[in-house]
Design a protein around this ligand. Structure first.
Ligand code: PLP
Length: 440
């Protein structure tokens, strides 16, 4: 027999073999229990082992699992598109299904460019994005991502997209305080547009709350209102990358609702199917679709598995489950409880410099000195050590680092399934506390 190798994230690391999951818990083949304190990569939002989803999956698979979207539409995909447009704000009534968050943001970029082309603006094809951001790993999505470590090997192939600073209040690029700042980081968008020329820009893309690259970095009030004003003034589309924040994670169905701002395009993934199947989507407004409908009548994007009936049925049941169990409200309430506990940890441990986030998308940033906010070194830094220690104790949390060249960004994301109870939160926090304590 040939010796085969599954390529895993770290090639020489021994990963436990997962056996099964139930609620907020995962179990390995040796019988160890883990609290899924990050819902994997902020994905398993309804928890593991939900039988209603398994039933929906079985029912759809027994009818038809795959039919190619150039040949058929399906009831499951049509109903899911209808559901998403009902949930979405404003006139985001069009849905393009894809299979991952990277495909969703890359499709958003392509639709924005196509929108302008079909209106006769051939040169409006650049995207402005922010440093300290992550929009996905495929080349278009990576081009937009301001994540140094993930870009590094491919820089010669990437478009030079990230253009402005992130609204990273804890490390404000302008040394202002959130309470008194003049939103210079948002105004940077205007400066970038004037430098590049609005005639060359299709869209601006941003994660409502910055996830993988910085650990739940939340902008100051008024930030997105200012961003939207600038986009409108210069005729540039606004894409919200809600792959991590969307579908209830932050205590609203879409995180942009926290600021009352309606984007032109929304990218969704992760929580849309809560890990039960690969499924993601790009939601598009009537206004953005209009020239395409009058013009070529076809979006130049798509993948073999786009809108496959099986994934659509699974995602539909996930959305229905979230509604039935009132999980958006739960995310808001449980998030407040968890946030309070994390602030408690920050009182105990000096190495916690910042506690942030909304709903059940929360982050901790570690510093070696609270006053100077000096980071730990990135290589074998505190993030890796805390994440590994927590893992040993049976708690899964998500490292968010490497976005900024050198040292900064020693953060973790705490984002358990939205079904977590207060008792389970207490348990999670105790395990986190013990992990930090052992490293002190
Ligand atoms: N956009 C955001 C905001 C993300 O957090 C991620 C993944 O972490 C992506 C896009 C890429 O999604 P995927 O890994 O499903 O391709």
């Amino acid at each position: 027999m040939k010796r085969s190798h599954l390529i895993k994230p770290i090639l020489d690391h021994n990963y436990p073999t997962v056996s099964h999951g139930s609620g907020i818990y995962l179990y390995d083949m040796d019988g160890n229990q883990y609290i899924d304190g990050s819902s994997g990569a902020v994905t398993a939002s309804i928890g593991h082992g939900v039988l209603e989803v398994v039933d929906a999956m079985t029912e759809q698979a027994s009818k038809v699992s795959f039919a190619y979207r150039s040949h058929f539409t399906s009831e499951a995909a049509e109903t899911l598109a209808q559901k998403l447009s009902e949930l979405a704000p404003g006139d985001l009534n069009w849905t393009f299904f894809v299979n991952s968050g990277s495909e969703a943001t890359e499709t958003a970029m392509k639709i924005a460019i196509q929108h302008w082309q079909e209106k006769g603006y051939e040169r409006k094809n650049r995207i402005v994005s922010r440093w300290t951001s992550y929009h996905g790993i495929t080349m278009g999505a990576l081009s937009m991502s301001g994540h140094v470590l993930r870009r590094k090997r491919f820089v010669p192939l990437l478009e030079d997209f990230p253009g402005i600073s992130a609204p990273y209040c804890y490390r404000c690029p302008y040394n202002s305080e959130p309470s008194s700042c003049r939103l210079q980081c948002a105004n940077e968008l205007e400066t970038a547009i004037q430098r590049i020329g609005s005639e060359n820009i299709a869209a601006f893309i941003a994660e409502p709350i910055i996830g993988a690259s910085a650990g739940a970095v939340t902008p100051p009030d008024g930030y997105y209102q200012r961003i939207k004003e600038i986009c409108e003034r210069y005729d540039i589309l606004f894409i919200a990358d809600e792959v991590m924040t969307g579908i209830g994670r932050t205590g609203k169905m879409f995180a942009m609702e926290h600021w009352g701002v309606t984007p032109d395009i929304i990218a969704l993934g992760k929580g849309m199917s809560a890990g039960y199947t690969p499924m993601a989507a790009t939601l598009v407004s009537d206004r953005v679709m209009e020239p395409i409908l009058k013009g070529s009548k076809s979006i130049m994007a798509g993948h073999t598995y786009s809108a496959n009936p099986l994934s659509a049925a699974v995602s539909l049941e996930v959305l229905n489950y979230i509604e039935r169990k009132n999980l958006v409200q739960e995310a808001e309430e449980k998030g407040q409880y968890l946030l309070q506990q994390l602030h408690g940890l920050a009182e105990r441990f000096d190495i916690i410099g910042d506690v942030r986030g909304k709903g059940l998308l929360l982050g901790l940033e570690f510093v070696s000195n609270r006053i100077s906010k000096k980071s730990f070194r990135l290589q074998n830094g505190i993030t890796t050590r805390i994440v590994n220690k927590a893992f040993e104790k049976g708690l899964l949390i998500y490292p968010a680092s490497g976005a900024i060249e050198g040292i900064e960004g020693d953060a973790v994301i705490i984002s358990p399934p939205l079904v977590i109870s207060n008792e389970e939160i207490d348990r999670l926090v105790k395990m986190l506390e013990a992990s930090i304590e052992e490293l002190q």
